[in-house]
Structures are given as C-alpha cells and as structure tokens.
Design a protein around this ligand. Sequence first.
Ligand SMILES: Nc1c(/N=C/[C@@H](O)[C@H](O)[C@H](O)COP(=O)(O)O)[nH]c(=O)[nH]c1=O
Length: 366
Amino acid sequence: MEQDTRFMEMALELARTARGQTSPNPLVGAVVVKNGQVVGMGAHLRAGEPHAEVHALRMAGEQAKGATLYVTLEPCSHHGKTPPCAEAVVASGISRVVVAVLDPNPMVAGKGIDVLRVAGIDVRIGVREQEAKKLNEVFFHYIQTRLPFVTVKTASTLDGKIATVTGHSRWITGEAARSEVHELRRTHDAILVGVGTVLADDPELTARVQGELYGRQPVRVILDSQLRTPLNARLLQDQAAPTWIITTPSAPEERRRTLSHAKGVTLITLDAPLLVTDVLKRLGELGITSLLVEGGAEVNGSFLRARAIQKIISYVSLKLVGGSQAPTPFGGTGFATMDEAVSLTNLSIEQVNEQDVRIIGYPQWE
Ligand SMILES: Nc1c(/N=C/[C@@H](O)[C@H](O)[C@H](O)COP(=O)(O)O)[nH]c(=O)[nH]c1=O
C-alpha cells in the first residue's frame, strides 16, 4: 500500500531531525494518521525523554482512536527510563500499527509487536526496513556488540596523499568537505586520533561552524602509550570537550602526574601494547556508541589490521601532490597481497564540489 510507504518516509524524516542528540538511544520517528490525515507526529529527541510514539499520540489525543500509527522502530515493551510505548499505543485506541523494523535489542525483539497483537491491533512490519536499519546502524551495532560503531574518515589527494613530503596538509579538501566533517563530528559520541596527529597537526578535534563551537561536542580520545601529548596542545587548552588519553603502564610517571592534572583530561591505562580491540571494549564500557577515527595513518592502519572498521568516509580531492615519501591514509604493516585487500559495499560516491569527491562504503570483512 503506497500510503504506508509515504507516511513511513515522513516518520523516517522526523527521526533524522534528532541526529546526534539521542545517544545511546536510537533515532525514532512516529506519525499518527486518521482517514488519510496526519493528526499527530513526533521524534525521540534525547535519551530519558519521551519516545517518538508518545509525542505523536499526545498530539493526536482523541483522534488516535481508530487511527494508524507509523513508527520507524518497534515500540518498546520494557520499562527503560520511560514507561513502555506498546502499552501506551494500546491505551490510545490506535487500531493499526505499521513498523519499519523490529528492535534488534534481544530484550525487546518482537515483544512490542506481541503486546500490540494480543490487544487486537493490526500490525504490519517491514515498510522501508532498509532505510530504517541504515538510520540506526550505530544503535543496532552497539546494542548487539556493546562496542562503538567505528567510522574512519580520511582526506587525501587523487594520488592518495594525506600530506606532502614536508608534512604540509592544510588544506587538502575545500570548505564544503571540511564543514561536512564538522557535522560528522557533531553526530559522534567520540573522535579518536593517535598522538602522532596531535604532534603533527595540533588539532582541536571539536565540532565547529565558521570556527565557533557548535552543537554537542564529542569526547576526544588520544591513543598515546608513552604520554607524549604536549601540555600546550590546543585540545588541552579549550575545555570544549572531555579529553581521554589512553596510555599504558610503561608511560613515564612524571608525564602521568602532569597530564592527569590537566583540566578536562582523563587518563585511561590499558595493557601494553595498546590493542584496538581493548580500546574499543573500554570505550564501549564507557558508553561510546559511535567513534569517528580521524587518523593518522598509523592509527587507521591498526584499525584496518584489526578489521575493526564498520564504515569508511573518504574525501578525495582531485589534485596531485606526488612524493614517494608523502604519507597515505592507511599506514602500518598493511596486507601482503591484493587478495587480502578489503572491499567496500553499499557504496555512495558523490561530488561535494568540482574539486572534492566523497566516497562512503562499508568494509566487507567476511
Ligand atoms: N588536512 C585535512 C584534514 N586533516 C585532518 C587532520 O589531519 C587535522 O588534524 C584535523 O582536521 C584538524 O582538526 P581541527 O583542528 O579540529 O580542525 N581533514 C580534512 O577533511 N581535509 C583536509 O584538508
């Protein structure tokens, strides 16, 4: 029924409006329709606040009786921070529910649907299911693995360089591509770089618009086994966001003392050598559901080697800089043969402007 598709698209659009705000909860949108008229709508805006269905049903009021509810994720049936939505839907008098995708949370999967069907509500599942899954790729990954969904973002020239032989890198991509990266940062719980990038670029690793801080600031994670992060690093001065420095027991004691007193800094000590899997496990335990890895080459190479990347976002600037020693996006030991190269699926390739191309893909590990 194309009506169902049309109204589910509306619910998906509503869900997207809260992008970057709902972590660790999913993005959810809901629309209540009676006799072809939209009488209620809502989105889940922040964890702990009402779910999308509750907002939509409140707006519909009495008109929910005999109406249809479109919702992008199966209504919850367990008492989380808010009462179960499935019961609220039954109480509202809704007679039909269309769900895009079932909740992947083992605690919930299908239970919300059962509550609705037992109450005599007609339920249809799977309208715009692929879009609904993609919208919550982070939530689905985290709820099933308790590990952050890892996106690696790279920016390189057409001949694959992230800097010139002299280390010069500002800028490879233009304004439009770089402002997309700030939007990307805003939607992530944390950004991770290696201390090499801190020493080379002295980055702020904040989400900004026109140079000013804007929106929710991600946690900044620095992999720094020997605590080489300089005290005068910009990201230690601005108090713009927490900075977690992940180190090892062999780091010099006086560096540990100095850095642990720097404002906004938390030291996290893991066994040496720092392993990507240990880092991700700890970040997952600390509630990081989405991690944006911004390099450098060594860190990207270690994530590749560990097969710990869910998504790649690569900006390629159509310019050539040459230099056999100029660094490339993925360093480290690399794979020995082309057979081991990892392919990307679900590709999206778009020109950001006449100079920059954005390539998004999902590594196919198995
Ligand atoms: N050189 C470039 C990038 N470079 C990315 C990192 O090397 C920089 O350290 C990081 O963007 C600096 O972070 P900031 O201080 O918070 O702005 N990334 C891009 O997308 N395009 C580039 O041309």
